[in-house]
Design a protein around this ligand. Structure first.
Ligand SMILES: Nc1nc2c(ncn2[C@@H]2O[C@H](COP(=O)(O)OP(=O)(O)OP(=O)(O)O)[C@@H](O)[C@H]2O)c(=O)[nH]1
Ligand SMILES: [Mg+2]
Ligand SMILES: [Zn+2]
Length: 347
């Protein structure tokens, strides 16, 4: 419609109103509930469709439901950021015919787990998850053997995304607590919360449930460590797929593929994201000179190095290296730092 005909149309409406004074004086009809936007959270993205779990308080009938939504055209035109709608976004939805809806507005994000596309003039941001509150990094004490370099890498990614992180050591039924503590106790000393658990036994599940209450938690870790099994143990109704597809496809493929939020039936807005996201995140958007800040036990020493731009690798009078030699910083962690600094394990 051209601007002119639009003007004429509006004018016609106005004229029509003026011609019928009794219609103007009528009380405005109460807004139909279907016209009022309802609040919800995006739990899954599938192409241009988003599954939004709406809040019971905002739905007309007081029943929370899942709506398949598209993004309103006008919102698309107003696009102000790279990922307009992401899993985890809190949104306002205009309900449409049964089960559908139109996303009209996206609330500001308080945090994101994102990935930058490298090599572009203005780096584009891929939001993997909006509004995460914390990360739970799961490792198994055995089957698969834990690679602590990989754990360090996960911790660096969480620190760089400013996500509080908790470590869960699963499958302690296979080795006992002592061996698990011998391997992972170091992380508790550094200051990370470590939960020892077994989805099979079960053990540590209450502690996990408390941790997951009232928050959006990104659950991450290598394939086969029992992430889905632990979530199932916390909430047996969820029935996430478990098992090891690696034997089947022989590709090291993850059983859990797409990023998705799962609602937990306790607390207020408790969700887990059983997402491939964080493990797919490279370290390429972390500048090497910032890496030192993501090894939290190194922080107290950083200002005592002789050279301000010290990389804590080869420079003389390096306070970090001195701390390693004195046993204040674990040699394995320092080794991880050097490897990441030099681009090993770097994507
Ligand atoms: N012994 C023992 N086995 C476990 C435990 N938790 C999980 N498993 C087994 O470990 C295997 C992998 O478990 P999943 O829960 O599928 O692992 P996942 O981390 O979700 O794996 P991906 O989805 O591929 O990333 C399954 O065969 C589980 O039965 C545990 O506490 N003890
Ligand atoms: Mg899984
Ligand atoms: Zn130094």
């Amino acid at each position: 419609m051209s601007p002119k005909s639009r003007y004429e149309y509006d004018d016609y409406e106005l004229q029509h109103e003026l011609d019928q004074p009794e219609r103007r004086s009528r009380k405005p009809k109460p807004k139909k509930a279907s016209e009022a936007a309802v609040h919800g959270i995006v739990i899954r993205a599938r192409g241009h469709h988003y599954d939004v779990r709406t809040a019971a308080e905002t739905e007309e009938d007081g029943v929370a439901r899942l709506r398949v939504c598209e993004v309103r055209g006008r919102l698309l035109q107003e696009k102000v950021r790279d990922t307009l709608v992401a899993v985890g976004d809190r949104v306002w939805v205009r309900p449409e015919s049964t089960g559908k809806g139109l996303i009209e507005r996206v609330d500001a994000r308080h945090s994101v787990l994102s990935r930058q596309h490298p090599g572009e003039s203005r780096p584009a941001e891929d939001v993997i998850l909006a509004n995460p509150d914390q990360a739970l990094v799961v490792f198994a004490v055995k089957d698969p053997e834990p690679h602590l370099r990989m754990l360090d890498r996960f911790l660096v990614i969480a620190e760089a995304n400013e996500l509080p992180v908790v470590i869960c050591v699963n499958k302690i039924d296979l080795t006992g607590l002592e061996q698990a503590e011998a391997t992972f106790g170091l992380y508790a000393q550094i200051g990370y919360q470590v939960i020892y658990a077994s989805a099979d036994e079960p053990r540590g599940i209450d502690e996990l449930r408390a941790l997951l209450t009232d928050r959006i938690t990104v659950v991450t870790g290598p394939s086969g460590v029992g992430k889905s099994s632990l979530i199932n143990a916390v909430h047996p109704g969820l029935k996430l797929r478990t098992g090891d597809l690696r034997d089947f496809h022989n590709k090291g493929r993850h059983t859990t593929r797409a990023a998705q939020l799962y609602a937990l039936p306790f607390g207020h807005e408790s969700y887990v994201a059983d997402t491939p996201g964080i493990r797919e995140l490279g370290l390429y958007d972390i500048e090497p000179e910032n890496l030192q800040f993501y090894f939290r036990e190194m922080l107290p020493y950083l200002h005592d190095c002789r050279y301000p731009g010290c990389t804590h690798d080869h420079e003389p009078d390096c306070a970090v290296r001195a701390a390693v030699e004195a046993g204040h910083i674990a040699g394995e962690r320092y080794e991880s730092y050097l490897r990441l600094l030099k681009g090993e394990d770097w994507q």
